[in-house]
Unconditional design. Structure first.
Length: 75
């Protein structure tokens, strides 16, 4: 957020966008780290999980706006 956006956000807080929470479930650490880096540049709050069961637990424990899942993970 640059200085102009920060000034406007203080004057008009309704203009500040809510940050989406994204859960990334992928067993490939390189892929999930790359996804997290890309999403961080756009100010998304990301949570990574490298196992399906851990991802399901994270999903049950917290609320996410988006879940990105590797469909070809080993069982």
């Amino acid at each position: 957020m640059d200085a102009l956006q920060l000034r406007d956000a203080k004057r008009m807080p309704y203009l500040v966008k809510a940050v989406a929470r994204i859960l990334v479930i992928d067993d490939d650490a390189c892929v999930s780290t790359a996804i997290q880096a890309i999403l961080a540049r756009h100010h998304y709050d990301t949570t990574l999980s490298s196992r399906a069961h851990a991802g399901i637990h994270a999903l049950q424990a917290s609320q996410f706006d988006v879940v990105m899942v590797d469909l070809f993970m080993p069982a």
